[in-house]
Design a protein around this ligand. Structure first.
Ligand code: TMP
Length: 208
């Protein structure tokens, strides 16, 4: 490969994205390819501070537009500080969530509208697009159930089942709008999901 690659993993809470991103990172390391793993919101000192504000259960009064702008602000910093320089150096960047999360969570589930959220994020993205986007699909009640078993839920996870249902439906909707999104069945073994993702990555690189 002679140019960097941006791969984003998307999906509802508890879909297993983080496990898959770790496995994918190992796959690239084993191949001797330079790889950076990051997450949204977060991935830089400033973006992690913004993450803490967004997810704080104490911030129940947060306005939906404020929330959308904070996600975009965290994203702008991550792109400028980490993603764009890494891509320019020819590295592979693996991002746990990307702009599609904002489109689904803020645009659809929070009802701000896809166009509004897209236009806010166009400023943050500065023309950057992911090369590959995998959306791990899992029934919403199963995903949030997994999270509950792992740790205390954050402000977004605590919103309630109606919200998570809207997120689930939102992901289904955008996967039919954006050709770039590749659906991955998340209701499968960790190994099978990993293999499925790796096959698609290899096919993409081969045809690049
Ligand atoms: P995480 O738990 O996958 O790290 O994500 C944190 C929460 O933030 C999760 O509930 C999804 C939500 N989120 C949005 O609502 N909009 C966004 O743009 C992003 C990146 C995450």
């Amino acid at each position: 490969m002679n140019k960097g690659l941006l791969i984003a993993l998307e999906g509802p809470d508890g879909s297993g994205k983080s496990t898959q991103i770790e496995l994918l990172e190992k796959y690239f390391v084993d191949k001797g390819i330079e790889v950076i793993r990051t997450r949204e919101p977060g991935g830089t000192k400033i973006s992690e501070k913004i993450r803490a504000v967004i997810l704080d259960n104490d911030n129940q009064e947060m306005d939906n537009m404020c929330e959308a702008l904070l996600y975009a602000a965290a994203r702008a910093q991550l792109i400028k500080e980490v993603i764009k320089p890494a891509i320019a150096e020819g590295k592979v960047v693996l991002c746990d969530r990307f702009v599609y999360s904002s489109i689904v969570y803020q645009g659809i589930a929070r009802d701000l509208g896809i166009d509004t959220v897209k236009s806010i994020n166009d400023c943050a993205l500065g023309g950057l697009e992911a090369d590959l986007v995998f959306m791990i699909s899992i029934p919403y009640d199963k995903g949030i159930g997994r999270k509950k078993n792992q740790r205390e839920l954050d402000r977004l996870e605590n919103v309630g089942m109606d919200f998570h249902k809207k997120v689930f439906e939102g992901y289904s909707k955008i996967s039919s709008i954006y050709d770039k999104i590749e659906l991955i069945n998340g209701d499968d073994s960790i190994e099978n999901i990993h293999r499925n993702i790796v096959n698609r990555v290899e096919s993409y690189i081969e045809h690049k």
